[in-house]
Design a protein around this ligand. Structure first.
Ligand code: 2NE
Length: 275
């Protein structure tokens, strides 16, 4: 694909090509750990991809390999800027702004595919978990470290993980903080497929192109429906928002608005009460 750069950032790269956006964490010297600025930039790029009606699929990945030859998707929060109440930004404010990014990834009505080469660890592991799909390179390594480094993610990182791998396995992953290879991740349903590392992006593009051939509204409603099963009232809000959007697109829906604007009684009698 002929990737076009969208905007210059410090910590990430952002490209688009033919219906696909590619967002890359670009801190390989830190195994692509995120600081607050990284998250602000990621949020900005994801929000841009959400607004762009030509984009249907987002590939989310990490730059690499680093000069030592090792790959990483993301190694979580940058521990070197962790202060007394979160990850400290350039203004000195401690933040956990990755939670905002998690919600955007979860709720934006487009398919997000994590392409994981090397480490997806800690908060980086939770980010791949939240993507709709994950394609792992054969060198991928998955795991949580929270209880080892004095942290934990009790939100999506715990409950959604348990939905994916089951309660026993989720407790093992969090309590023991072990690392799992790509095949182990595939066996527990953490990832969708495993490919040789040099094939990772091509495989992601192939999956993206298959999705792009499908109906955007069908994919959008399915994402909201699958989220709604786990996400309580926020999940219902997303799903119901799609129902409202589709209702607005009907003649029946617009009759109510037209009648109000024309200062007349709406004529809903002409519409059927379908079985
Ligand atoms: C990722 C891992 C296992 C890789 O190990 P290895 O041996 O391949 O690399 P190494 O030497 O540890 O790392 C290479 C360089 O990257 C830095 C290291 O400090 C090292 O720097 P230099 O010594 O070369 O200067 N680096 C790697 N990860 C970093 C990080 N997260 N923050 C800052 N610098 C990092 C190994 O590096 C590892 O275990 N990393 C730490 C993983 C971790 O504990 N992440 C935080 C979990 S908590 C979290 O993410 C979180 C949360 O729990 C809740 C909310 C939000 C976030």
């Amino acid at each position: 694909l002929d990737w076009t750069p969208v905007k210059d950032y410090e910590d990430i790269l952002y490209h688009k090509a033919d219906g696909i956006a590619k967002i890359t964490i670009n801190r390989p010297h830190k195994r692509n750990a995120f600081r607050p600025k990284t998250i602000v930039e990621l949020y900005d790029a994801f929000a841009n991809a959400r607004e762009d009606s030509r984009i249907g699929v987002i590939l989310f990945t990490g730059a690499g390999p680093h000069t030592d030859g090792k790959y990483a998707f993301c190694s979580g929060g940058d521990q070197s800027v962790r202060g007394h109440a979160g990850y400290v930004d350039e203004a000195g404010v401690p933040r956990l702004n990755v939670l905002d990014l998690q919600r955007l990834i979860r709720s934006m009505p487009k398919a997000i595919i994590a392409l994981v080469a090397g480490y997806a660890i800690g908060g980086g592991h939770v980010l791949h978990l939240l993507c709709d799909l994950t394609i792992a390179a054969d060198n991928a390594v998955f795991g949580q470290t929270g209880p080892k480094v004095g942290s934990f993610d009790g939100g999506f990182g715990a409950s959604y993980m348990a939905r994916i791998v089951g309660q026993k396995k989720a407790r093992e992953i969090w309590y023991l903080c072990r690392q799992y290879n790509a095949q182990e991740a595939l066996d527990m349903g953490l990832v969708n497929t495993v490919v040789p590392v040099e094939q990772l992006e091509a495989e992601g593009i192939q999956w993206a192109q298959e999705i792009l051939e499908k109906s955007p509204i069908a994919i959008r409603c399915l994402k909201a429906a699958l989220n709604a099963d786990c996400d309580g009232q926020a999940g219902l809000q997303e799903l119901a928002g799609n129902a409202t959007m589709l209702y607005y697109m009907t003649e029946e829906g617009s009759e109510g608005k037209q009648a109000f604007l024309e200062k007349r009684k709406p004529d809903f009698r002409k519409y059927p009460w379908l079985p």
